[in-house]
Design a protein around this ligand. Structure first.
Ligand code: BGC
Length: 363
């Protein structure tokens, strides 16, 4: 962990913030002089991306003169709620929250509002609460579209090739992002399922059936095991698997490997992912996973720090979407950063040249 944090910090923040149009780096005088406390609540340390998100947020906020209370909640909703209550009690002026269950925070956010504490939803929308000031994320629908397009291209579906066998996975149902990823991917894949060029042999297609609670790798592995046993025995091969993110992809690769994929006559299927976590980039280099959406957490952190600054200065933050993210209580003004994909052909340029990873991280 220490090594990871050190390498993240050493990355510096000098990278071009193209995706989010951030300004980065400039000290906010009011914050610097007051040393205002900002709470940053992250869901878990078990996935690399959230460690990076937390570390980036902390260092960016501190470089602007804020004090930071950073907490991880081990993917436990009650722990996260308690952490948020403590942050309010300690006098945090803004809470930056990557929620675990997007619908479970209404009470604690009411308490925040009663205490004049502002709230920024980080990466995941917080649902069913009017007390969310801004939302910063990557364009979640587009994430799914890029995954769907990758499968479309690699299989040559546009050229009329097929039929191919595919299985579909969805993210955690309590995460609002998960349906956006699914809907984005299906906007590309559904027409090929309808015309028979993509065949989902299990018949499991709707989001609730394919969703993996808690984005859990082991659950994804178990589901892939069951799908293979029930549908891909006797020489029938899988050509593609839609996985919304890297934690599921890791479990899916493990299952495929156990089932004998990875040989010359039984290559791994096209397999998507998201986050460019190190083990997954290594899996891409080893041709076990085909691609992963790259969401540069540095650009997201910079955008969120801008929102924090604006909230504390009573100014409006710059947003680029005021329509899409209705949390059931209001449409939350949002800033959507641009996702891109990395695969074995471009990862050096996307991940190493940008300073996100060092070549040695990927061994
Ligand atoms: C994030 C993904 C992440 C997933 C699991 C989603 O809300 O947008 O980047 O892979 O959660 O942590």
């Amino acid at each position: 962990m220490k090594k990871l944090l050190a390498s993240i910090l050493s990355l510096g923040l000098a990278v071009t913030l193209a995706g989010c149009g951030g300004t980065g780096g400039k000290k906010s005088d009011s914050a610097a002089s007051n040393k205002q406390l900002i709470g940053v609540a992250m869901p878990t340390q078990s996935l690399q991306r959230w460690n990076q998100d937390g570390a980036n947020m902390k260092s960016e906020l501190e470089s602007k003169g804020y004090k930071v209370e950073l907490q991880y909640a081990n993917n436990d909703v009650n722990t996260q709620t308690q952490q948020l209550e403590n942050m309010i009690t300690k006098g945090c002026k803004v809470l930056v929250i990557a929620s675990i269950d997007g619908s479970a925070l209404s009470d604690v956010l009411k308490k925040a509002a009663d205490n004049g504490v502002k709230v920024v939803a980080y990466d995941r929308l917080i649902m069913k609460s009017p007390n969310v000031d801004y939302y910063a994320t990557f364009d979640n629908f587009k994430v799914g579209v890029i995954q769907g397009q990758y499968i479309e291209k690699q299989l040559g579906l546009k050229d009329g090739k097929g039929p191919f066998n595919i299985e579909l996975f969805g993210g955690s149902p309590d995460d609002n992002n998960a349906t956006f990823f699914y809907n984005g991917a299906m906007s590309i894949l559904q027409p090929y399922i309808d015309n028979g060029k993509l065949v989902v042999s299990s018949g499991q297609k709707d989001f609730t059936t394919i969703a993996i609670q808690g984005w859990d790798s082991a659950k994804a592995q178990a589901r892939m095991d069951n799908l293979i046993t029930a549908n891909y025995a006797k020489g029938k091969k899988l050509d593609a698997v839609l996985s919304p993110n890297d934690s599921l992809a890791i479990g899916i690769v493990a299952s495929l490997k156990n089932a004998g994929y990875g040989s010359a006559d039984k290559p791994y299927p096209i397999l998507t992912g998201q986050d460019c976590d190190k083990p997954n980039v290594i899996a891409m280099i080893n041709k076990q996973q085909s691609m992963s959406i790259f969401k540069d957490t540095r650009t997201l952190a910079t955008k969120v720090v801008e929102m924090v600054d604006s909230l504390l200065q009573g100014k409006e933050a710059s947003v680029n979407d005021t329509k899409t993210y209705n949390n059931g209580s209001k449409v939350v003004p949002s800033f959507l950063c641009d996702p891109v994909y990395a695969d074995s052909s471009n990862y050096k340029q996307i991940l190493i040249d940008s300073g996100y990873y060092k070549e040695a991280d990927l061994k």
